[in-house]
Write a protein that binds this ligand. Structure first.
Ligand code: PSU
Ligand code: MN
Length: 290
């Protein structure tokens, strides 16, 4: 269904976190839970991604099920999206490509888990997610638990500043980092009420035609302690390096290793923070009304 026909307000969701961010068996139940949460909080969920042979970029549950069964579904960012469309390939959209597709469809709010950003030098190469650049190009508000804690969080925050991207705290003063509520840096401004945030988002999108980062920290009861986190991360990084992960495979490899090393605790936290973002994103979309 073209997104214009979907009842408003709409909330965009991305397929990479479902197909690459969580284990295979969690993808469909998580998608169903997110859909229900969006509706319960006042918005129609729209899941973006490409399924070969199917027109448009909106995925139905049956598309997701088929893509989950496939041996491999590539991650598509803004650099690889166009060729995949032209060649009618399947692919999971990341934050950057979902921002591109959703904003073109007139959707104004998108909920994800955590942004990509500046990677640590695990593979001895410069590796910066195009998610950050996408905020300078596509007018959509992205509700996120900050950037992923596997990244160089402080340099990611610096680069958002350099790019002139507004980083807004929803009920927080600090830039969060996924499993951690405080990533060690500030936000540009804080909003505590959904209605006031919605008024700001509406004006800012119209004024700049660029994106906005809405930081929604992981709920305190699901936050992972600093000590546990640093131990797990060190071990997961070792495993990802030993497995030879580079480029687009680094994020899924480190997240996958973390879920194993932590005995499933990072997966649980990951799922909880995504749900929290979808609930807040749907409330924001409902208040904006688009
Ligand atoms: N949030 C999650 N899990 C994920 C991602 C986000 O909770 O897997 C995905 C998003 O799609 C994001 C991508 O755009 O990871 C970043 O990948 P890279 O670092 O290769 O740009
Ligand atoms: Mn990269």
């Amino acid at each position: 269904m073209p997104t214009a026909e979907l009842p408003r307000p709409r909330l965009a969701l991305e397929s990479t976190l479902l197909l690459h961010g969580v284990p295979r068996e969690s993808a469909l139940p998580l998608a169903a839970d997110l859909g229900k949460l969006a509706v319960a909080n006042g918005a129609t969920p729209v899941l973006f991604g490409l399924r070969s042979g199917r027109g448009g970029a909106v995925l139905e549950p049956s598309d997701l099920a088929a893509m989950r069964e496939a041996a491999f579904t590539p991650k598509l960012n803004t650099s690889s999206l166009g060729a995949a469309v032209a060649q009618r390939k399947s692919g999971a959209t990341t934050v950057s490509s979902t921002m591109e597709l959703a904003s073109a469809a007139g959707v104004r709010v998108f909920a994800t888990g955590g942004l990509g950003g500046v990677h640590k030098h695990l593979s001895q190469r410069l590796d910066i997610s195009t998610d950050l650049l996408a905020f300078t190009r596509f007018p959509i508000a992205v509700v996120t638990a900050g950037c992923k804690s596997i990244l160089d969080v402080l340099n990611t925050r610096e680069l958002l500043e350099t790019l002139g991207v507004p980083v807004i705290g929803f009920r927080c003063d600090r830039f969060p980092a996924f499993y951690r509520r405080d990533g060690g840096a500030d936000v540009d401004a804080r909003f505590d009420e959904v209605d006031a945030l919605a008024r700001f988002v509406r004006h800012e999108l119209a004024r700049t035609c660029r994106g906005i980062v809405i930081c929604n920290p992981i709920p305190p009861e699901h936050e992972i302690s600093e000590t546990l986190w640093s131990g797990w991360l060190a071990e997961a990084e070792k495993q990802a390096v030993a497995a030879g992960a580079t480029g687009r495979d680094v994020t899924p490899a480190v997240l996958g290793a973390l879920h194993k090393v932590s005995g499933g605790q990072t997966l649980k936290a990951n799922i909880e923070l995504i749900k929290h973002n979808v609930a807040v994103g749907a409330q924001l979309a409902a208040a904006i009304g688009v």
